[in-house]
Design a protein around this ligand. Structure first.
Ligand SMILES: [Zn+2]
Length: 378
């Protein structure tokens, strides 16, 4: 038998009681919608976020998201209602023409806000297995050949501590040699050493295993979606396109993310873009987003994506690093036909009735790569 108190069931009454306490003590008393309008799933999301704000824990656990950013994310959820998807963006290759890569890829990895904690913890667990806690997952630097590792006898059989000591000794000697003989190469080598330093205790095979495990985790997130624009720069003409490669890529991601949010069933769901703080593009992206809010993109009006993009430090924000993994996997497939990481991350490519609509290879119409084929599939 179910107890009822007037119009409300017991669950309803308990919810109202809990919600009132959280609302008052989390400082979000100006909440403008009556809580009865929410589904139970949304109520659970709201409760979790209110508790996080209450404990102030969300800021301590994610130093990469600014206090203002975290407040915006959570306040939008409270003030506007419905769910929120976070779309983390990062790029691979250079957008400069011709640049030193044939492709420029901008990827957006989107997850429901309620899964942020779970997924971040998964990545932390993987990092700890490879002794990389507090380290950034930067795929491009992790998967480079580290030449000195091949010169150290029985490197793979050493403990991780001994490997690090050996590599550091080798690198010091190499820098001293270059300082005297080749200044230009010395500077480049210093940069390489600085970026690869966190990973030198891992063999190439271990680094590959690390990246496949991370990509596998991303591929297992059934409620995550991947959006990407992969531009073959040989076939991209900025004069014809009337915009630069990264502007085109950004407009495409915004349009596809907006369509994805619009097609979700149930209560209106909002989206927020988060990307690496890159000074050369942050101002331009902010200006572009304001234009999209005012008059839409070439493809669609913007009614579900809120705010201009939030810029965070990729070194501190795991999910931006995951977007980097996706962008890297897409570019390496298009340039070198490498599938090891792509086969995992491509599972999340946004699809409509089996056809990939979230990821596009911008190239000649006759391209028969698997990305183009899945885009055309009928
Ligand atoms: Zn293609």
């Amino acid at each position: 038998m179910r107890w009822r108190f007037g119009l409300w069931s017991t669950e309803e009454l308990l919810w109202q009681f809990l919600f009132s306490i959280l609302r008052v003590f989390s400082g979000l008393a100006s909440f403008d919608r009556w809580s009865l309008e929410y589904s139970w799933d949304e109520r659970i999301d709201l409760t979790i976020i209110a508790i996080r704000i209450l404990l102030d824990g969300v800021w301590k656990e994610s130093p990469g998201v600014s206090k203002r950013g975290t407040f915006l994310i959570s306040s939008r959820l409270f003030f506007r209602g419905g769910g929120v998807y976070l779309c983390y963006m990062d790029e691979s290759g250079t957008s400069a023409l011709p640049g030193n890569t044939s492709h420029f890829v901008l990827a957006g990895l989107c997850i429901p806000i309620s899964k942020w904690r779970t997924y971040e913890r998964q990545i932390e667990t993987i990092k700890s297995k490879f002794d990389l806690l507090q380290c950034e997952i930067h795929t491009g630097w992790i998967l480079r050949p580290y030449v000195e590792q091949n010169k150290i006898a029985s490197f793979a059989n050493m403990s991780r501590t001994d490997r690090r000591v050996q590599v550091e000794t080798h690198r010091k000697g190499e820098l001293l040699r270059l300082q005297k003989t080749n200044r230009a190469l010395y500077k480049q080598t210093c940069k390489n050493y600085r970026h690869t330093e966190p990973y030198v205790h891992l063999t190439f095979q271990e680094r590959m295993n690390l990246m496949e495990t991370v990509a596998g985790a991303i591929g297992s997130w059934s409620d995550a979606r991947l959006f990407a624009e992969c531009i073959d720069k040989v076939h991209f003409n900025p004069t014809k396109a009337k915009m630069s490669a990264d502007e085109q890529a950004f407009e495409q991601i915004v349009s596809r993310f907006e369509r994805f949010l619009r097609n979700l069933k149930g209560t209106k769901t909002y989206g927020l873009l988060i990307r690496d703080n890159n000074e050369t593009v942050s101002r331009r992206y902010t200006e572009l987003m304001k234009v999209f809010h005012a008059s839409g993109t070439v493809f669609t009006g913007i009614t579900h994506i809120i705010e201009t993009p939030l810029f965070v430090s990729s070194a501190l924000t795991s999910m931006v690093q995951m977007a980097d993994v996706c962008a890297y996997a897409l570019r390496r497939y298009l340039e070198n036909k490498e599938k090891a990481l792509l086969q995992h991350v491509f599972k999340g490519a946004d699809r409509n009735r089996g056809v990939v609509v979230g990821v596009r290879h911008f190239t000649v119409p006759s391209c028969d790569c698997s990305m183009c084929m899945s885009h055309r599939k009928t």
